[in-house]
Design a protein around this ligand. Structure first.
Ligand SMILES: *Cc1c(COP(=O)(O)O)cnc(C)c1O
Length: 373
């Protein structure tokens, strides 16, 4: 059994994917070929943004977004303590300072109350200028944007949605990658919409930001002259081959994968909800299930369950084993566990189970049987 079965997906889409790759090679249009533009247009339309800019990976999508928003030295960038490292390190990459915020233990997403407290604290200390919030759509579930956008307005902060795991998620009829001022996603193979290597995209409604990002992803070149560089950018474009792979994958994602993965998640929840704390999806929210993560009673139970699954050849993961405030790379901040109680609780008790649109009922039975026993 696979944790995320990319092989099963390839079997289903092999003809279109192979054909797409071949077309790119035959056209010799490897850099920003027509498939990139086609994908950008389709994705922008799907998420409900004016523009989509394809870039090299999700990390660069975050860094380029901060660059395009003029965030830098002396600026505080608030993000969740419980996430993948890039959500936080992107702030350092532009010279800004990440400020970590505890999570809501039910959704695993940034806690709006703790966020406001963290902003007030930075204002009171007077060393940094509060500038931006990076809410993360963790495990496929959009962050609490109703509350976050109110806070952003109150303190005049930019909102950069880290939708690396969130593509396909929804709050009411609004899709992930459309929240806040700008959104970044990743096409890393295991993400909800993944390619066959590195890839990412940025979404915005702002004409000027779009133009600037197209320049920044190509070393800050001017739109008319490749050798006239206006500012320092990055070399970070989405490969044409990756775009050609993503086109049929995106179609399958919209046609049935997102629906099927929600069926898998529902099956898990039906079987497990009596005995485990299964994922909380707030009213009106839709998850794209980058992960299906249960919260065990304590660390020992979690570790025992993982051992039992392994004995039955069932892969499982611990996303994430430590909070940002515990990362060695951030040890210079001298942070303690103080104020990160929910992150700590989560790191000790979470367990992520295999999930993908091609997971079979008999596999779900096998997994849940082991857990319930
Ligand atoms: C994967 C991920 C990223 C980074 O994306 P890459 O394409 O791997 O660079 C950023 N944020 C979160 C929350 C992620 O899960």
């Amino acid at each position: 059994m696979k944790f995320r079965d990319l092989g099963a997906q390839y079997e289903a889409l092999k003809i279109q994917i192979d054909e797409g790759i071949r077309e790119v090679i035959e056209s010799n249009s490897f850099i920003l070929g027509k498939q990139v533009t086609e994908l950008e247009n389709e994705l922008a339309k799907y998420v409900g943004r004016k523009y989509c800019i394809g870039v090299g990976n999700g990390t660069d999508a975050l860094v380029l977004s901060l660059m395009a928003m003029d965030i830098g030295k002396g600026d505080a960038v608030f993000t969740t303590d419980f996430t993948y490292f890039a959500s936080a390190s992107c702030a350092n990459s532009v010279g800004a300072t990440p400020v970590f915020v505890d999570i809501d233990i039910d959704t695993f997403n940034i806690c709006p109350k703790s966020l406001e407290k963290a902003i007030e604290k930075v204002i009171k200390e007077g060393k940094l200028t509060p500038k931006a919030i990076i809410p993360v759509d963790l495990f496929g579930l959009p962050a609490n944007f109703d509350e976050i956008l109110k806070i952003a307005e109150k303190y005049d902060l930019i909102v950069l949605e880290d939708a690396a795991q969130g593509f396909g998620g929804q709050i009411k009829d609004k899709k992930a990658c459309s929240f806040g001022d700008i959104s970044a996603t990743s096409f890393f193979p295991a993400k909800p919409l993944g390619c066959y290597g590195d890839g990412g995209a940025i979404f915005t409604d702002d004409d000027k930001v779009d133009e600037r990002l197209r320049s920044l992803r190509a070393l800050g070149k001017s739109p008319i002259d490749k050798y006239d560089n206006r500012e320092i950018g990055m070399n970070s474009r989405l490969d044409t081959i990756q775009a050609a792979i993503l086109l049929p994958k995106f179609k399958a994602f919209v046609d049935y994968e997102l629906n099927d993965i929600n069926k898998v998640a529902n099956s898990y929840t039906q079987r497990l909800k009596e005995k485990f704390k299964t994922p909380t999806i707030p009213e009106g929210y839709l998850s794209s299930w980058a992960q299906y993560t249960i919260l065990c009673d304590d660390e020992e139970t979690r570790n025992n369950l993982q051992k039992k699954l392994k004995e039955n050849d069932i892969p499982s993961m611990i996303y994430y084993p430590r909070g940002m405030h515990e990362q060695a790379a951030f040890s210079y901040m001298n942070l303690t566990d103080d104020g990160f109680e929910n992150t700590i609780k989560a790191t000790k008790r979470v367990l992520s189970l295999p999930i993908h649109p091609y997971l079979q009922e008999e596999d779900i039975d096998k997994i849940t049987d082991v857990l319930l026993k």
